[in-house]
Design a protein around this ligand. Structure first.
Ligand SMILES: Nc1ncnc2c1ncn2[C@@H]1O[C@H](COP(=O)(O)OP(=O)(O)OP(=O)(O)O)[C@@H](O)[C@H]1O
Length: 301
């Protein structure tokens, strides 16, 4: 069965003066799935989200939400967590929840049931009286997510919700997202973290306003058309090793990966690829690509 579509965006473009923020971007997101926009700063992720939200007009392309062309500027059924902290820091957790409920036109009689359900979900009930500004980064994000859920949206749009949040809280946040998707909510989320990208059902790898690649993370890894050789050197700094390899392999993608350097060879490079000459202080070995390789090889090719 085809999952219901939340977003069908075709050939979306957006310019800010000379800057092309989005160029011919096709992005689809379905109910009950996590769709990830993955890319560095400036890739165009926020611009796309703002177009979906009706906060920004595209210059071209076609957008459908829940199967229909939305009216200009008006969007119902979408919960949004912007990249910048969006809560009222001087208000308590409870006051923030109540405020979100009210501005989305919630009926007062329904508040208690809805907020109690969300407190069970976010485990913040012991902090109802705490000012939002005093919460930890991870708790603030859980509260912001809960506020976005107050209106019972069919689609959640989350702009880098876990940037700067500690790893444990990030894991907890993603656990909440998978619960929401099981309830049938569509989720569009952007992240610079590759381990989060792996938890999405479908991802769009974006760079400089374009989609480099799209698909299920596993599909993209399995379909990678190339071989990755990892180099390390006990005497050379990784940046110098990268420079040396880039000079030796001009035209091939060469990039840093932690303390190592990766070189991408064509899939048909043959077994010789694994016995590349290295300096006496260095080693090389062929490795399986991960999402970061898919992304960087895509940018540099
Ligand atoms: N209001 C604006 N005026 C001019 N340029 C803008 C504006 N908003 C975004 N841009 C530019 O458009 C491009 C895409 O930006 P966008 O914010 O959509 O990317 P992003 O992937 O969300 O990155 P970030 O995580 O930094 O927000 C960038 O080059 C950015 O500098």
């Amino acid at each position: 069965m085809n999952a219901a579509k939340c977003i069908e965006a075709e050939a979306i473009s957006k310019r800010y003066g000379e800057i092309r923020a989005l160029e011919g971007v096709d992005i689809h997101a379905a109910a009950g799935e996590i769709t990830g926009l993955i890319g560095p700063d400036g890739a165009g992720k926020s611009s796309f989200m703002r177009i979906v939200l009706g906060l920004l007009e595209s210059d071209g392309g076609e957008l459908k939400l829940f199967g229909e062309t939305p009216e200009r500027g008006r969007r119902g059924g979408i919960g949004y967590m912007p990249e910048v902290f969006s809560l009222y820091t001087d208000l308590t957790v409870e006051e923030n929840m109540r405020f979100s409920f009210r501005i989305h036109g919630g009926r007062p009689a329904e508040y208690t049931a809805r907020s109690e359900r969300l407190y069970t979900f976010n485990r913040l009930s012991d902090f109802k009286a705490a000012r939002a500004g005093t919460l930890s980064g991870g708790m603030k994000q859980k509260l912001a997510l809960s506020c976005a859920l107050m209106q019972e949206p069919r689609l959640l749009v989350l702009d880098e919700p876990t940037t700067g949040v500690d790893p444990l809280s990030r894991r907890e946040f993603w656990r909440m997202l998978s619960e929401l998707k099981r309830e049938g909510i569509g989720i569009l989320v952007s992240t610079p973290y590759m381990e989060e990208a792996l938890q999405c059902d479908r991802i769009y790898l974006m760079n400089e306003g374009r989609i480099l690649n799209a698909g299920a993370p596993r599909e993209l890894i399995d379909g990678f058309d190339g071989r990755i050789i990892e180099f390390e050197d006990s005497e050379l700094a990784p940046q110098d090793l990268r420079r040396e390899l880039a000079a030796a392999w001009s035209g091939r993608p060469v990039y840093l990966s932690g303390r190592s350097v990766h070189l991408v060879l064509p899939a048909a490079a043959g077994d010789a690829a694994a016995d590349l000459p290295t300096r006496s202080s260095g080693t090389s070995r062929e490795i399986e690509p991960d999402l970061e390789d898919i992304f960087l090889a895509g940018i540099l090719r």
